[in-house]
Design a protein around this ligand. Structure first.
Ligand code: GDP
Length: 385
């Protein structure tokens, strides 16, 4: 059977997927006393196989995600536990929101353990894009954020792209050690872990008890043939990602589902683009130029004159300008302004974390004001495509 590292035994945080004292869905320690606390399971359900907590039961059967979740401190404590282990850390990021999904200061939490950076959702890229170019871009951006990596793998968990290479690299770098998988929520960590279980673990029989998407609350240990394990960690909820702020029902509209189709707008200065009522870009000053938007196809864009923009938003948010739908408008923080100056020269992306990005040509420079819900990260970077 699988051997545990001493530190992990001390922390008592590692759940075997066959450990009946922990929830087979999210890994939390089970308890039967307090229904308002995490890990609650009615005593009569304890002999079920697999045994899951009431929160996972509700998620599974009623799609009810309202149960308690971990706070940021708990996440960081769990991450911090990795520093005391000798392992390989697989950090999954979302190519659609690279800067928004990188774990800031990851190296502080994980000690000297090597990081294999796995960039997911590459199926969203147009076929013609050269993967070496993407690799170079990722390398540069990771360095910019102070993240040292032993290697980078480009994958699509959903479309099964790049997995042979990922498995080879995991074997090469883990050198017989455990693998900790870390990432923000909605980057596709559950999809990737489920695929790894299928391809990599000796645990075919455990598939039915694999974590339900996005619900892991504690470490979940998936045994490997050599007695080591892949250890899934809870997804970190970054409230600077729009995906974490919108109502779950609206997520399918903003998460792209297939290859990104660039939407190109030729704009004159003093024109505005609305992205539903989720964000807005004012082209304040500059020569007529193109703005290429990489957002979900399901999201409606609206062009108007800058002088009309406030009025249009006030009158039509939640209706013509949606999402959010009228009933979810109040759930979202108000839009705040980010003044941005696009320099003359190379192509630049303006990223709105979780929503996508706008590529600006840069031949003549431009002055923009980007509006996004308060707290959502807006960043300027060298163009990805
Ligand atoms: P988690 O919160 O990180 O565990 O993420 P999930 O595995 O639940 O995935 C979050 C969303 O991203 C879901 O809508 C998935 O369908 C989608 N997703 C996951 N992997 C991929 C991928 O490789 N490509 C694309 N386009 N979407 C993906």
């Amino acid at each position: 059977m699988t051997s545990k590292e001493p530190q992990e035994r001390e922390q008592g945080r590692v759940a075997e997927t066959s450990d009946r004292t922990r929830c087979a869905g999210c890994g939390i320690k089970l308890q039967t006393e307090d229904a308002s606390r995490l890990g609650y399971v009615p005593a009569k359900s304890l002999d079920k196989d697999p045994v899951i907590c009431q929160r996972c039961f509700r998620i599974k059967h009623y799609n009810d995600l309202s149960g308690a979740t971990l706070n940021q401190d708990d996440f960081l404590k769990i991450l911090g536990g990795i520093a005391g282990t000798n392992s390989l850390v697989v950090h999954i990021v979302d190519l659609f929101d690279f800067e928004g999904s990188l774990i800031a200061g990851l190296q502080r939490f994980i000690g000297n353990n090597p990081v294999l950076l796995v960039v997911n959702k590459t199926d969203l890229l147009p076929k013609a894009v050269n993967s070496n170019r993407i690799l170079n871009w990722v390398q540069k951006q990771a360095k910019e954020f102070g993240l040292k990596t032993v290697d980078i793998a480009l994958v699509s968990a959903k479309k099964n792209i790049g997995f042979d290479q990922l498995l080879t690299r995991m074997d090469q770098y883990r050198k017989g050690r455990d693998v900790y998988v870390v990432g923000a929520t909605n980057v596709g960590k559950s999809t990737l872990i489920n695929r790894l279980i299928r391809d990599y673990s000796d645990l075919e029989a455990e598939l039915t008890t694999s974590p339900y998407p996005g619900t892991t609350l504690d470490l979940v240990r998936i045994p490997l043939d050599d007695g080591k394990a892949i250890i899934d960690t809870p997804g970190i909820v970054y409230r600077h990602r729009l995906t974490e702020l919108v109502n779950k029902r609206e997520l399918p509209t903003i998460l792209p589902n297939s290859v990104l189709k660039p939407m190109i707008y030729q704009l004159n200065e003093e024109q505005t683009l609305f992205f539903g009522a989720l964000a807005r870009m004012d082209f304040v000053r500059g020569a007529r130029q193109s703005f290429t938007c990489y957002v979900s196809e399901a999201l409606k864009l609206h062009r108007t004159k800058l002088e009309r923009a406030d009025e249009l938003y006030a009158e039509h948010k939640g209706e013509l300008l949606a999402p959010p739908a009228l009933e979810h408008l109040e759930e979202l923080p108000p839009l705040v302004k980010h003044p941005i100056r696009i320099p003359r020269g190379g192509k630049t992306d303006v990223l709105i974390s979780g929503l996508g990005w706008i590529a600006v040509g840069g031949e003549s420079g431009a002055e923009l004001v980007v509006w996004a819900p308060k707290g959502v990260k807006v960043a300027v970077r060298p163009a990805l495509l």
